[in-house]
Design a protein around this ligand. Structure first.
Ligand code: AHR
Length: 502
């Protein structure tokens, strides 16, 4: 039995939790859009072809912001292909995923869908094969009320009110050699700065995200951020981070501690941004948009991509991973890491949303269901309110091959002074032992346990599939109880838990 102790004190705050932390990502990739959110002819499709069953799950997931339309896809995308009468829209090669893009869904359709699910649209512009003028054009089309060629075109296309998109990504993963239009940090920095300045001439209030590194393992990590921020610091509000995690060579102890890598990644980017801030004697603090994160089995399946000069399928099955309970525990722990850094990470996007490395899966003409990873996201988005708290956590540790010595138990707490109560999110990373957690709650006053949910399984590799859609889900944890000045709770091996007090 493992024992750990934590103290929750609502006066020790990290910062307010921005609701944009619970964002997701929809890319024109595989079956995320087509056969995912959009499937005219599906029994649940509405009059615009959007699946109602998927929309209901997206709402339940609690997604606040959705980054769109890519991803690698955006670096070759011509946004104007996706507007106007559908029958006139061109079919194009999507070089990023070696597919055919039919353009049946574009900016207006996706904005309409975002409104239906109650999410904010965060739009990425193409700085791969395009640049300043293209960014200005799509901004004019999307956000100007009327009276210009492009805004009037939007009105004529059936969207009288502007989309009013506030957050804009200046390209995607421009540090990666796989990215269309990839260049040096200097080249990207110069283009991003020019684009940002131009976009702000239309609307100085836009929130702009400049590309950071595609992962902390990139050879240019650190110097990329410095170079890019030195050129864009005054023009942008966020620098992005992307990270995907997987067990390498069956090393589950390291995989279960993936959040340690995310913690270090965030802290390194914040330090680099603060270095540039100091150089510039700036008073502005750069925020982080962790706008792609998830578990992704890249080395098991490869980064799937089709090949062949005559083989450009529409909406092929790509990156359709089935997530286990262990994967969901890691996802829950990555959310803990994001909340722990709520003072710097003020936007994040789980990548992605439907079918493609996704919490929601669908079958054409068939059902939609929740993967294991759906649950920690949905519960955290619902329960993490108010401020992130600084925790005093005493946990035993273990040696992990990839991250060194790490805590067995990880946790974060949130507190809503306006009556929302206190939530504690916990993981037990041990593969065999139960853990007994004692939480000192004296500073919270006379609180009791409101809800306690734990996701675990005797088989940590259990998953929800088409055949067995409800194999794993959080269940009420009956061990949670108040005892004097403490709340105690038992956590099974490889588990994620949400506990609320009030
Ligand atoms: O989410 C899948 C891909 O991962 C995205 O297109 C890209 O930005 C990242 O490398």
């Amino acid at each position: 039995m493992i024992s750990a102790h934590l103290t929750v004190d609502p006066y020790f705050t990290v910062g307010p939790i921005n609701r944009r932390l619970f964002g997701a990502f929809v890319e024109h990739l595989g079956r995320c859009v087509y056969d995912g959110i959009y499937e005219p002819g599906h029994p649940t499709a509405d009059d615009q072809g959007y699946r109602e069953d998927v929309m209901a799950l997206v709402r339940e997931l609690g997604v606040t912001t959705i980054r769109y339309p890519g991803g690698n896809f955006v670096s070759g995308y011509r946004w104007e292909d996706g507007i106007g009468p559908r029958e006139q829209r061109p079919r194009r090669l999507d070089l990023a995923w070696h597919s055919t893009e039919t353009n049946e869904v574009g900016l207006d359709e996706f904005a309409a869908w975002s409104r239906k699910v109650g999410s904010e649209l965060m739009y990425a512009v193409n700085l791969g094969t395009r640049g300043v003028q293209d960014a200005l054009d799509v901004l004019e089309y999307a956000n100007i009320r009327s009276g210009t060629r492009l805004s009037d075109l939007r009105v004529a296309n059936g969207t009288p009110r502007p989309h009013d998109i506030r957050m804009w990504c200046l390209g995607n993963e421009m540090d990666g050699a796989w990215q269309l239009g990839h260049g040096s940090a200097q080249e990207y920095a110069s283009l991003a700065a020019k684009t940002a300045r131009a976009m702000r001439q239309i609307d100085p209030g836009l929130e702009l995200v400049v590309c950071g590194s595609s992962s902390a393992q990139m050879a240019t990590f650190g110097s990329w951020e410095r170079t890019v921020l030195e050129a864009t610091y005054d023009e942008v509000d966020y620098i992005s981070c992307h990270a995907y995690y997987e067990p390498k060579d069956g090393d589950h102890p390291s995989f279960l501690a993936s959040a340690v890598n995310m913690d270090r990644f965030i802290e390194s980017v914040a330090a680099t941004a603060d270095h540039v801030k100091a150089e510039r004697r700036s008073t502005k603090t750069m925020h982080i948009a962790f706008d792609e994160w998830n578990v992704w089995y890249q080395s098991r399946y490869g980064v799937e991509k089709l090949t062949g000069i005559d083989d450009w399928p529409v909406a092929p099955r790509l990156l359709e991973h089935t997530y286990s309970v262990m994967d969901a525990v890691v996802v829950g722990n990555l959310l803990i890491s994001l909340i722990r850094h709520a003072d710097r990470v003020t936007a994040a996007s789980l990548a992605q949303l439907v079918n493609v490395i996704a919490p929601i899966m669908t079958e054409p003409g068939g059902p939609a269901w929740r993967q294991t990873t759906f649950y920690p996201f949905a519960f955290t988005a619902r329960l993490a309110r108010g401020e992130a708290l600084e925790l005093k956590l005493d946990s035993p540790t273990y040696d992990s091959a990839r991250h060194g010595e790490v805590a067995v138990i990880d946790a974060v707490a949130t507190h809503d002074a306006d009556g929302g109560g206190t939530a504690v999110f916990l993981v037990n990373r041990d593969e065999t032992a139960d853990a007994e957690i004692e939480i000192d709650v004296r500073m919270l006053g006379e609180v009791g346990v409101r809800e306690a949910w734990t996701l675990s399984d005797k088989d940590p590799h259990a998953a929800n599939t088409l055949e067995q859609q409800d194999r794993a889900r959080p269940v009420a944890n009956p061990t949670a109880r108040r005892d004097g000045g403490s709340v105690t709770i038992s956590l099974p091996p490889v588990s994620w838990t949400a506990l609320t007090l009030g």
